[in-house]
Write a protein that binds this ligand. Structure first.
Ligand SMILES: Nc1nc2c(ncn2[C@@H]2O[C@H](COP(=O)(O)OP(=O)(O)O)[C@@H](O)[C@H]2O)c(=O)[nH]1
Ligand SMILES: [Mg+2]
Length: 491
């Protein structure tokens, strides 16, 4: 409980940090079309993928402790189902579906993070739903059951882009389980392509778990090894790596009993650990994974926005400098024009002397006209040339020393150009400086505090402070002495 509360309040604070400091500039500078917190504000999510009848729904029913999802050998269920808890119904009652909602509701309710899926259209909306279950298993998380992958020919009849949907869901998910069964251990390419495209290589290993399910259906250990070998080969072909990702071997005891695939205790299965429990633990660990993902989210976006605003500050400062120079030239031009008018007037005998009001007015007017003419015509022309040149040499605006900086710059470069194009380089430099300073603080101090809080979490046992601490502060595992809350990372 203690640890759960810590995780929940830390999550809230991190989302708040994004909302307060990163979202406003992200929206203002066209870095993002929706508030950044849209995809992270909801509860931790576990996405369950796999071929049809690889046992996804069976696994989910086991986790939540009730038969809430239809199961069957044929492609039974062709919907994406969000399965989460109903906080209004006691979770001591036997688990059951307490509320169902359709896709239209889910895609439009701002409480949920699924607005980004609207683009997949009506056909997708008709295959998207929410089920609330009063299961304690779902207290801090949501599962997503998916329709199985079919062959690519039938894929086209779906009416929406299955791979794109999977990609978007994977982006929202804190953990992705990819299930295979012995009959179809070879058909993994589609799922893997969408995952590779959306989950960064850096976090892929942490986020995706491969599961070979229904292993009770292998006739012998030899049969299993054959299947395992095929799957490993396919995965390594697709990942392009020589090392093979860990594959969890498992089966549903209940389904196996029903199918009568457990003939005797001599069966090879008795030699293997059924990884059901490990999978369950991994799924229940999703809230902690969410914190890691949030930390990475904050780091990535803070770094990019930091660079974005720094580039704008540099650009704005250079622009201001140019205008000051042009202003000085304009001023001198004005003086030149005024002086010329004075001498011309004197020479022509129109002016009576330096103190003559006509002399003053006419020379002043000539000076002012000279200044304005310069500023409105040549100076404008020059700045538009300079603006074009700066757009071409935008990469030299900032000294990018590290590879992560270079990557971050590549990600935002088109957005910076689009913003400069849209504003024609005219934006408030002062405001931009302020934004940059506050984002920079999040990027440096904020992310450090987040990492510190996460380290403290590692020292916390399930029901209270972990490790035997020696002082009062250590006892609280870094929590506030009075409130028992995590340190305020926004402070
Ligand atoms: N023998 C055996 N059958 C299983 C296992 N898991 C699921 N099944 C059966 O496989 C069929 C498809 O399961 P289902 O959960 O609907 O697969 P889904 O399409 O991936 O959701 C059902 O008839 C299940 O009873 C298992 O571990 N062993
Ligand atoms: Mg299913």
């Amino acid at each position: 409980m203690y640890r759960d509360n810590y995780i929940t309040s830390l999550r809230t604070e991190m989302v708040e940090m994004v909302k307060t400091y990163l979202s406003p500039p992200a929206l203002g500078y066209g870095y993002s079309d929706v508030p950044l917190e849209t995809t992270i504000k909801w509860r931790p999510i576990v996405l369950i993928l796999g071929n049809y009848s690889s046992g996804k729904s069976t696994l989910i029913n086991e986790f939540v402790g009730a038969d809430i999802q239809a199961i069957g050998q044929a492609p039974t269920d062709d919907s994406f189902t969000i399965i989460t808890s109903d906080d209004n119904v006691s979770d001591t009652d036997p688990p059951r579906v307490t509320e169902e909602r359709d896709g239209k509701f889910l895609l439009n309710d701002p409480e949920y993070p699924f607005e980004i899926l609207k683009k997949h259209g009506q056909r997708f909306a008709a295959h998207f739903r929410l089920k609330k279950i009063n299961s304690p298993f779902l207290k801090n998380l949501a599962l997503i059951d998916t329709p199985g992958m079919l062959d690519s020919l039938t894929e086209r009849d779906r009416g929406y882009d299955y791979q794109d949907v999977i990609g978007d869901l994977a982006q929202l998910a804190d953990l992705v389980l990819v299930l295979f069964d012995p009959h179809k251990a070879g058909t993994v390419r589609e799922a893997h392509t969408s995952l590779r495209e959306t989950i960064s290589a850096r976090t892929f290993e942490d986020r995706v778990l491969f599961v070979l399910n229904r292993i009770d259906e292998c006739a012998s250990l030899g049969d299993l090894l054959q299947v395992y070998g095929t799957l490993c080969w396919n995965l390594s072909q697709i990942t392009g790596r020589k090392d093979i990702p860990a594959i969890h071997l498992t089966y549903s005891l209940r389904a196996a009993k029903n199918a009568n695939t457990l003939p005797d205790s001599e069966n090879f299965l008795s030699l293997l650990e059924n990884r059901r429990k490990k999978l369950k633990e991994a799924v229940l660990d999703a809230p902690r994974r969410r914190l890691d993902n949030l930390a990475a989210f904050i780091e990535t976006h803070a770094e990019r926005l930091d660079l974005f605003t720094e580039a704008l500050v540099e650009y704005g400062t250079a622009r201001r400098r140019t205008w000051i120079k042009l202003g000085v030239i304009g001023f001198l031009t004005g003086i030149g024009c005024g002086t010329a008018a004075f001498f011309a007037g004197m020479w022509a005998g129109i002016f009576q002397g330096v103190t003559d009001p006509l002399t003053l007015a006419a020379s002043g007017a000539a000076g002012l006209s000279g200044f304005l003419a310069w500023m409105l015509l040549p100076a404008r022309f020059i700045t538009s040339l300079i603006r074009k040149k700066r757009a071409r040499t935008i990469d030299t605006l900032l000294p990018l020393t590290t590879q992560t900086q270079k990557d971050a710059w590549q990600a935002i470069r088109p957005l910076v150009l689009a913003y400069l194009e849209k504003t024609r380089g005219k934006f408030s430099l002062g405001e931009c400086r302020e934004q940059h300073a506050s984002i920079h603080r999040v990027y440096t101090d904020g992310t450090r505090e987040v990492r510190k809080a996460l380290n403290e979490l590692m020292g916390l046992a399930d029901d209270g402070p972990g490790v035997t601490p020696s002082t009062e502060t250590e006892v609280r595992g870094g929590l506030d002495k009075d409130t028992g809350q995590p340190p305020d990372i926004l402070a």
